[in-house]
Design a protein around this ligand. Structure first.
Ligand code: FES
Length: 171
């Protein structure tokens, strides 16, 4: 009898979680196994991994976009786009914009000297009732405040450093 792909995937993920442990640090190795065997990381896979590692699916999604970005040779470059359309504007996008510029030390339309972050305006992202809305590569952040900007950037910098560290270790 053929086992449906989703069941096979679930069983594989369970096996890998057992192998690497159900800690947060197992996220990347498990994702790499899924990518190796299935050549992609589906939404369903992300959900199953999130359940097993007890991590929010949004976080899993963030790591997946980061990981895929690296694989595609973008070398950890993050494109940040802040919605400039009316609802987000009224919800406080100006303070968020200033915080982004201050934290990154660049203006909109520019990239950081190390090429890791670029800052752009976006038109409506369809999250108008949850503005200000922000996109980092493919990942959407809503109800962004200046404090949240700091946390978001800190998370991406941390992910980048972990990865650089791993790449150094591999060589
Ligand atoms: S106005 Fe910003 S998401 Fe629609």
């Amino acid at each position: 009898m053929m086992i449906p792909v989703q069941e096979r995937l679930k069983a594989d993920i369970e096996r890998w979680v057992k192998k690497y442990g159900c800690e947060r640090s197992s996220l990347l190795p498990v994702l790499q196994e899924v990518q190796k065997k299935y050549s992609r990381i589906s939404g369903h896979a992300m959900q199953v991994i999130a359940d097993h590692l007890d991590i929010h699916p949004v976080e899993v999604h963030g790591v997946v976009s980061f990981y895929q970005f690296l694989k595609e040779g973008h070398k950890g470059r993050f494109e940040i786009r802040l919605c400039k359309t009316i609802s987000c504007n009224m919800a406080g996008r100006e303070q968020v914009a200033r915080q982004l510029e201050n934290e990154l030390g660049i203006h909109f339309g520019e990239s950081t000297p190390d090429g890791r972050f670029s800052l752009e305006w976006a038109n409506c992202l369809g999250m108008c009732d949850q503005g200000p809305a922000l996109l980092v590569n493919e990942q959407v952040f809503t109800k962004v405040t200046p404090d949240k900007v700091h946390d978001i950037l800190a998370d991406f910098k941390k992910m980048m450093d972990v990865n650089v560290f791993q790449q150094v270790e591999e060589h």
